[in-house]
Design a protein around this ligand. Structure first.
Ligand SMILES: [Zn+2]
Ligand SMILES: [Zn+2]
Length: 117
């Protein structure tokens, strides 16, 4: 894994080291200026920046043709508990995969203005 992390204090990414502190948290430390900060590993919703993200399957089509027969597999996509609630309730809570090509709000910012409840 070669993600680089920029120090929020001095901006370098050359001397930044991660240290696992709890089971699931990593503290980053900059050796240049001694700053420490937690690594944000939380996946966030692209639409609302919420952190209640889960993963659901989405159907994958062969050749991009939208017929039921051409579904060849499933692919996991992130969903937001808030923004994608409707899709999750409609499909995955009933044991279905999301329809092919369904873009979840968690993976791409969605214009929420035309979605009123
Ligand atoms: Zn630094
Ligand atoms: Zn959201």
């Amino acid at each position: 894994m070669t993600r680089s992390f920029d120090c929020p204090t001095c901006g370098t990414d050359d001397d930044v080291y991660g240290t696992r502190v709890d089971d699931d948290r990593i503290m980053l430390r900059c050796e240049r200026c001694a700053a420490e900060w937690p690594r944000d590993e939380t996946q966030r919703c692209a639409t609302c920046s919420g952190t209640d993200i889960s993963t659901v399957p989405r159907a994958v089509l062969a050749g991009g043709r939208a017929t039921v027969q051409s579904i060849v597999g499933r692919q996991d996509v992130p969903v937001c508990a808030v923004c994608d609630r409707e899709a999750v309730e409609t499909y995955t809570l009933r044991g279905h995969a999301l329809p092919p090509g369904h873009i979840t709000a968690a993976s791409q910012p969605r214009d929420t203005h035309d979605e009123r409840e």
